[in-house]
Design a protein around this ligand. Structure first.
Ligand SMILES: [Zn+2]
Length: 107
């Protein structure tokens, strides 16, 4: 089961992931460890601009799996993903089905 909508949603999420990767690289370059980096919500909504504070070690751990994304609570889409971890201010979701395949291809 792979609809166009599903693929588009997965691409949006991969795009937000790319934004966050740039943030992570900047953080490393400047070595700012005093405050936790602020990332953008990686949900399927292209118009979403919500911010999430993620501990660097958590960010790194999740990024190692291309199927995992960070979203604000309530921004998860049960049709595309399942919640694997609840954190303060954000959720970690895993792509399921076709969306997971697109996420892997674009990583
Ligand atoms: Zn969102």
């Amino acid at each position: 089961m792979s609809s166009l909508w599903e693929q588009r949603a997965a691409r949006n999420e991969a795009l937000f992931r790319e934004v966050n990767e740039n943030i992570a690289r900047l953080e490393e370059r400047h070595g700012t460890t005093a405050t936790e980096p602020v990332y953008v919500c990686e949900c399927a909504d292209a118009g979403c601009a919500e911010q999430i504070t993620i501990a660097p070690e958590t960010y790194r751990r999740v990024r190692e799996d291309p199927r995992l994304f960070f979203v604000r609570p309530g921004h998860e889409d049960p049709q595309l993903e399942r919640i694997v971890e609840h954190h303060d201010g954000y959720l970690i979701v895993e792509k399921t089905g076709a969306a997971g395949e697109v996420a892997k291809q674009t990583s």
